[in-house]
Design a protein around this ligand. Structure first.
Ligand SMILES: C[S@@+](CC[C@H](N)C(=O)[O-])C[C@H]1O[C@@H](n2cnc3c(N)ncnc32)[C@H](O)[C@@H]1O
Length: 206
């Protein structure tokens, strides 16, 4: 298994190294992408494919009176995300669960926002995962996607060649999947090779 397979599902020692690297390496794209996500200070947020948890930490700062939960199917990611956010977990403002985005334990209409940083490339059944996110969002809630690769250049193929099962979606493909799942008001932002998308569940929240 190549070291880079740990981006899809971190395992073992290589996985531990990878989640620490991703916490640092994804900071520029995450910081840029978050400019497009509006959150109230008491928002309830779910970070899907949370990896090492640095984005949970950022979201907790954006919502000082809110709650941020994380979910990831990798035990290595869950362990690191819990470590990085131990203080917020102790305060009862954060929890990190092991599980797949395709089938989540959360009740319908639980979250104001659901985020997915650098992870939708690896979701095996994207339409099912998007429907599941739609289900757990409150009416009017926002789904936010942030990717370092937007599929607009052949250079991205270097990643799909070395990481099994990775798909780099173009913005139009993601928009189509989002609308099929019921989302509307799909907003697309790009910078360099980066992509940030917000999409809303129909409903009455501003
Ligand atoms: C490239 S890492 C990104 C981690 C983090 N979001 C970041 O930006 O640093 C992708 C993460 O998504 C998780 N993941 C991939 N597919 C998943 C799925 N279907 N359900 C839950 N987690 C998933 C992986 O285990 C991994 O931790």
């Amino acid at each position: 298994m190549s070291f880079f397979e740990n981006t899809r599902k971190p395992v073992g020692l290589g996985g531990k190294v990878m989640v620490s690297m991703m916490n640092l390496g994804h900071t520029p794209v995450a910081t840029w992408g978050l400019e497009f996500l509006r959150l109230s200070s008491d928002a309830k947020v779910l970070d899907c494919g949370c990896g090492g948890g640095s984005n949970i930490k950022r979201l907790l700062k954006s919502c000082p009176r809110g709650i941020v939960k994380g979910i990831d199917y990798s035990p290595v990611s869950v362990e690191k995300a819990r470590k990085v956010n131990h203080a917020a977990i102790a305060e009862g403002r954060c929890s990190v669960l092991q599980g797949s985005v395709a089938d989540m334990i959360f009740a319908d209409a639980s979250f104001d926002a659901v985020t997915a940083f650098e992870t939708v490339y690896f979701w095996p059944a994207l339409p099912q995962c998007f429907r599941e996110i739609y289900r757990v969002l409150k009416p009017g809630g926002t789904f936010f996607i942030c990717n370092e690769s937007n599929g607009d250049t052949d250079k991205d193929e270097k990643w799909t060649e070395i990481i099994g099962g990775m798909v780099i979606y173009k913005s139009g493909e993601l928009k189509a999947y989002l609308e099929q799942a019921g989302f509307h008001d799909v907003q697309i932002h790009k910078k360099k090779n980066w992509l940030s998308i917000t999409a809303r569940k129909r409903g009455d929240q501003a």
